[in-house]
Design a protein around this ligand. Structure first.
Ligand SMILES: Cc1ncc(COP(=O)(O)O)c(C=O)c1O
Length: 399
């Protein structure tokens, strides 16, 4: 596998991968605090503050549990705490992370059927409705909120509504890892039973803490769930959370940072955070198109947290990526079958327009070395105009 060069020492680093995201200064300072006892009173105040804040931000009055792992750990926890081997599960997959969810359920012995959607497209609620009507009942349906591997956001609310209308009432389990905290999401109002996320995405924390919000139906399913579990047992997490603790030693420093990230999001307000991310995404989309790249996702299904574009014919991603990194810009490449074919540009969390326009300028300056005509000034102008247009429309709507 080709090695991606690191940044030049001392060079300003524009981290534009779709998580981990750049850390605000106050998050970094919080993470540098002296260590505390994870069974002490201070920790006992911090844990519920974070979980209550997350619950408010994702629209639930049910429980939020924090696990020390990356997001994939919470995906695994969601499966093993609600299902039994042989349970029929429908995995609606629109990309690499949807496939991962299906694989986890398969690994634990669920009887998984996949409703596969062409990569680059969103799942269609009508197709899901027909599929549910034409098949034996499922115990659970797995959905992805925001497919980071393709830059596509699903019409989650409508998809969830289809599942909740199915006579068998399967559980709705959502991978919200790269969407929560940035893209509209209402757990209780939409009828989501369980959703997972991770600290290094829009929450502005470092990697290391996974989030699982567990609704009443998922909790009851857990009482019957027969899949093996130990470290990720929600029953243990729940019992210890009642005492303001976690069952195992948590990533305390990451939690210090996450606490600040959650406070920042609460202070900004959910709707404003969602609008801000939509405006940032519009800026990136317009800028990438202005340097001659074609976006992967169709209009209307473009993610507010990550934008994917095709690497133009005749350009190899590895040398392009190497040059961008030498210039201080870290983008992400494609995953799985799209490795080398797309580039992904992250814009979630604490992001300033100037960081995005700097990145677009770098791209516009580098592409001509790869025989792709590009005008960096035009990219910056297009991004700024798109951002301002959406920001002013949002401001007008808010008045
Ligand atoms: C949608 C989605 N699901 C799952 C994951 C996996 O999360 P982690 O890498 O934290 O395990 C990611 C990470 O990028 C993601 O974006």
């Amino acid at each position: 596998m080709a090695c991606v060069p690191t940044m030049m020492p001392g060079m300003q680093h524009n981290l534009r991968v779709p998580g981990p995201t750049p850390l605000p200064d106050d998050v970094r300072e919080a993470q540098a605090q002296p260590m505390i006892d994870h069974r002490g009173a201070e920790f006992g105040r911090m844990l519920p503050e974070i979980t209550d804040g997350i619950a408010e931000l994702i629209g639930t009055s049910d429980e939020v549990l924090l696990l020390t792992s990356s997001g994939t750990g919470a995906m695994e926890a969601a499966i093993v705490n609600t299902l039994s081997p042989e349970d029929r599960v429908l995995a609606v997959t629109i990309g690499a992370f949807g496939d991962r969810f299906a694989e986890i359920a398969t690994t634990y012995g669920a009887n998984v059927e996949r409703l596969e959607v062409e990569w680059g497209e969103a799942a269609d609620p009508a197709v899901l409705r027909d599929h549910l009507a034409g098949h034996e009942p499922y115990a659970a349906v797995l959905l992805t909120h925001n497919e980071t591997s393709t830059g596509v956001v699903n019409p989650l609310r409508e998809l969830v509504a289809e599942v909740r209308q199915a006579p068998a009432q399967p559980l709705v389990i959502v991978d919200g890892i790269s969407g929560l905290g940035a893209i509209p999401f209402e757990m209780d109002a939409w009828g989501v039973d369980l959703v997972v996320s991770a600290s290094q995405k829009a929450w502005m924390g470092s990697p290391g803490i996974a989030i699982a919000a567990v609704g009443e139906r998922a909790r009851r399913a857990g009482e019957r769930a027969g899949m093996p579990r130990f470290y990720f047992d929600f029953g243990q997490a729940r019992r210890w959370a009642e005492k303001g603790q976690t069952p195992w030693t948590p990533a305390v420093s990451v939690l210090f940072g996450l606490q600040v990230g959650v406070r920042r999001l609460l202070a900004e307000g959910r709707e404003q955070t969602w609008r801000r991310h939509a405006a940032l995404a519009a800026a990136v989309g317009a800028g990438l198109e202005a340097v001659g790249l074609e976006l992967v996702a169709p209009a209307g299904h473009r993610s507010a947290t990550v934008t994917a574009a095709w690497v133009p014919d005749g350009i190899e991603w590895v040398p392009l990526n190497r040059t961008l990194r030498e210039r201080g810009l870290a983008l992400a490449g494609g995953q799985g079958k799209w490795a080398g074919r797309i580039l992904r540009f992250g814009h979630m969390g604490d992001v300033r327009l100037s960081e995005l326009t700097d990145a677009l300028r770098t791209l516009g300056e580098v592409l001509p070395d790869f025989d792709q005509r590009a005008d960096p000034d035009a990219a910056v102008a297009a991004a700024t105009a798109a951002y301002e247009e959406l920001s002013s429309t949002a401001a007008a709507a808010a008045r």
